[in-house]
Write a protein that binds this ligand. Sequence first.
Ligand SMILES: Nc1ncnc2c1ncn2[C@@H]1O[C@H](COP(=O)(O)OP(=O)(O)OP(=O)(O)O)[C@@H](O)[C@H]1O
Ligand SMILES: [Mg+2]
Length: 415
Amino acid sequence: MGCVSNPHFGIVLKGRAAARPYSQSQVSAEIDKQFIYDFHLLSDYLDVLRQTLRIAVVYGGDKQVEGAVIHKTHNPRSWKSYEMVARDIQAALRELGFRHVALLPDDMHLAQRLKDENIHLVWLNSGGVQGYSPVTHTPSTLEMLGIPYVGHNPLNSTILDNKHLFKYELQALGINTAPFITWNASQGMLKPNTNARFKEVFGDYSGPFVVKPVSGRASLLVSVVKRLEDLTNAATDVYRATNNTVVIEMFLPGREFCVAVCGGLICSQGQLTKISGPFAFSPVERSFEPGEEIFTSMDKKAITAERAHLIGDEDTLLRQQLLNLARKIYSGFSLNSIVRADVRADTDGTLYVLEANPKPDLKRPENNVISLVTIGLKEHNMSYNDLIYGMLADRLDYMLTYRTRTIQHIVDLLK
Ligand SMILES: Nc1ncnc2c1ncn2[C@@H]1O[C@H](COP(=O)(O)OP(=O)(O)OP(=O)(O)O)[C@@H](O)[C@H]1O
Ligand SMILES: [Mg+2]
């Protein structure tokens, strides 16, 4: 194998080909195709990629910007650019030594900009621009363009950002979620008393209910409806605002929690480690203020230590339950990137999953404003930059192990 100059590359010969002697040119051709990867090589590869890998952190494009879209249309999900958080991610990647880290909006110029800037990999931090299932549009475009990304694939983005689909799959996996029905104006007016599905799901239960959009954020348009007779109007209001399917579910009156989970290749104090299974962290209780029935999101009220605290060893059972739930979701849905599961208990303390946020807030924590995802990093000796580095490394490790052929342009940077 005298022609193998880089010790990290080699030739894998399989089946009958293994018995055949190879000529020098055949071997060279084979070297181009074959790439040997092992986790222990990742740190060295990342050192090379710090100099050569061109990354773009992508945030939500604004349809109001001239030329952002061809025709402005409706967005059933409340729009937000997430640009500030994208800047935090960009800054972290730069601090980690990556030389080329651009920031781009995901409007209709994205493909051209990715080409012009010769981007090799995207970090997705967008909820989309407009249209139905907007969270799915950018990963779908990147799949079509052949650009790998840190973020959820189009199928998982769709499932995670459509609460009813996520809940049906939770049920299939045997994970508790509040009993629910969906309603859409095309089904005619919602009539709880005669609706067969309503009876089948709720039986004699007559409230309170929670009415919410299938695709939403920041608790917007989420309301508690105490009386059965008020459901029709509440569901109609959500439909009018979103032009999309509405979820009607049983109100869970107990404590509220959330927990984050990502891939099992993590970074602590700059060192990469692989744990068995996904990495679940930051099990948090979100506290309600007197009279508050629905947790008010950070868009309306900053999340401070009074509103959210880490569940530590004082409640080991609850902590383990939440961490296990998060790992079960990550594996059950074959996720490839971070989510934050929101969980609420009923009166007897049984846990129910409300949703898993496909793009949890990754704001760099500062002063007394807490980020629900990063609150628990300290107990793993992890910094914000460690989280970002681990997420990137986890993605690259997965692709270099299982999908080398889909990232040939990155493999070429390592030769
Ligand atoms: N079935 C339910 N029972 C009790 N409370 C609920 C229920 N569904 C939602 N809530 C309350 O409403 C809040 C927002 O609901 P949910 O997480 O489903 O929507 P969201 O708008 O996507 O939220 P966010 O993006 O802020 O996490 C929850 O944090 C919880 O306080
Ligand atoms: Mg939520």
